[in-house]
Write a protein that binds this ligand. Structure first.
Ligand code: ADP
Length: 463
């Protein structure tokens, strides 16, 4: 708009100045032509025609007063043969206009009389008649007409340009809006595509231009991403699957050795520690396999309807012993009938992982609260603790695989897969999980799931 305004202004100024120049030069040409015609009359009059007759003819032909013109014919001795009267528009006083003094054959001049600009064309004739007399013929007019034409132009421009600008702006807005609609559609679709629905594609804007190429190129990119992501998931799933069997065998063998009675104490201890590490490895492998399957959408989420409040209460009861060991108060409060659809075993895993973390990161004499509510048409599960909390810089990453906020805690913490599993299960159920935390005061995890329309025939028994 600024650029357009500047262009319009420049164009307006150019038009105004151009018009002014054209009008002035046109006027001067007309005046010079009139002066030449009058000179012709005076010089080439029939021999017997008197000055009075000439003057009369000029008055009739040119009517200077009615046409707001100035005509003066002066002899070379300075006496005036004819001078026109006051013009109709009173723009100048003929008597106040100085005589032309030079003897140049033709000249143009501009004067200022009574605040009006006056344009005059003057011609000095060659000697005429027996007494070889020169005449100076002056024809002039004020610039009033030019000024009023220019004012008219200015008014037209002043009204026309804002209208033009508004129309141009409106038109441009509509055009841009229209041409950007496919971009907005592509943008919204792109926003919706995440790791979990990489199989979707962007709509193709069939515009036949760069936009269509762009949407096709983006789709090809998403396909490549999808393939790469699936490959990575498949690799993780395959690798963890392949590790399971040797790990089970190792564990079995180690357990068998540990049961031998004649083992020296230090060897027994070493085998015990090996067994612990094998357990850990098995745990990690199982976790990775679970995440990979959930993310690849391979693990079929068993669909049944169950009460989230009941599931949370049962799970909390089962973990009560662990809480008591650390003198942590584990409290549950649940709304009635918060029914969700999905796989109760997996949702239970969510609760177990969250409680496990809360117990792990809450010092003795702390408290853990589980709340299940039905709010805004969603089932909401809150697990809050009075533990060490999570520093702000770690909060956005804690759901990533193998991410641990405090690596210095060493092996006391898990491998950093617990929350990844929580998120994968929530996503597979069409839900979300978020974390808030104040370091030193505690953390709060919120799982939001869709409420299920209760159907007793598929309600799962929660044991
Ligand atoms: P880990 O097996 O290490 O607990 P998680 O994926 O369960 O892995 O958690 C990731 C990290 O998030 C943890 O290492 C810990 O730093 C932080 N975290 C998770 N839950 C809590 C909590 N309730 N209080 C404090 N920190 C937590």
């Amino acid at each position: 708009m600024l650029l357009l305004s500047a262009l319009v202004l420049a164009f307006g100024t150019y038009t105004y100045l151009g018009m002014q120049h054209y009008l002035v030069s046109d006027l001067q040409t007309t005046l010079a032509r009139r002066a030449a015609q009058i000179t012709d009359y005076v010089v080439n009059r029939p021999p017997r025609m008197s000055d009075a007759q000439i003057i009369n003819e000029i008055k009739i032909l040119y009517a200077p007063e009615a046409n707001d013109r100035f005509i003066r014919i002066t002899r070379d001795d300075g006496s005036v043969l004819y001078i026109s009267g006051t013009p109709k528009d009173l723009s100048f006083d003929p008597a106040g206009i100085n005589n032309i003094t030079s003897n140049v054959p033709a000249q143009r001049s501009e004067l200022t009389v009574n605040n009006n600009r006056l344009y005059i064309a003057a011609i000095t004739t060659s000697p005429v008649g027996n007494n070889r007399q020169h005449y100076i013929v002056e024809v002039g007019t004020s610039d009033r007409q030019i000024q009023s034409a220019l004012h008219g132009l200015l008014a037209t421009l002043a009204i026309g340009f804002p209208v033009l600008l508004v129309l141009a702006a409106g038109g441009a807005y509509l055009l841009i809006e229209r041409s950007l609609t496919p971009v907005t559609t592509i943008m919204n679709a792109a926003e919706d595509i995440s790791l979990h629905n990489l199989s979707s594609r962007l709509p193709i804007a069939a515009t036949g231009d760069k936009l269509e190429h762009l949407s096709r190129a983006l789709n090809r990119m998403i396909t490549r991403l999808d393939e790469a992501f699936q490959q990575a998931s498949r690799f993780t799933a395959d690798a963890s699957h392949e590790l399971r069997t040797p790990l089970t065998i190792m564990r079995g063998e180690l357990e068998f050795i540990a049961q031998q009675s004649h083992l020296p104490a230090d060897l027994r201890e070493q085998i015990g520690s090996l067994l612990e590490e094998t357990e850990r490895l098995t745990h990690i492998t199982e976790g990775l396999l679970a995440i990979a399957r959930l993310e690849a959408g391979e693990a079929k989420v068993e669909r049944s309807v169950f009460d989230l409040g009941v599931l949370a209460t049962i799970t909390a009861e089962q973990m009560q012993l662990l809480a008591e060991e650390k003198q942590i108060a584990l409290r549950v409060s649940a709304d009635q009938d918060v029914k969700v659809g999905g796989d109760p075993a997996r949702i239970k895993q969510v609760i177990v992982n969250l409680l496990d973390n809360a117990l792990k990161y809450t010092p003795e004499n702390g408290a853990i609260d589980i709340r299940v509510v039905n709010a805004d048409g969603h089932a909401i599960l809150n697990v809050s603790d009075t533990g060490v909390g999570i520093p702000k810089q770690h909060l956005p990453h804690i759901f990533e695989r193998f991410y641990r906020a405090d690596k210095m805690r060493g092996r006391a913490g898990g491998a950093g897969l617990g929350l990844s599993i929580v998120r994968s299960i929530c996503t597979a159920h069409g839900g979300t999980v978020q974390a808030e935390s104040t370091p030193g005061q505690g953390s709060r995890f919120t799982v939001i799931l869709e409420l299920a329309r209760s159907d007793p025939s598929i309600e799962a028994a929660l044991v």
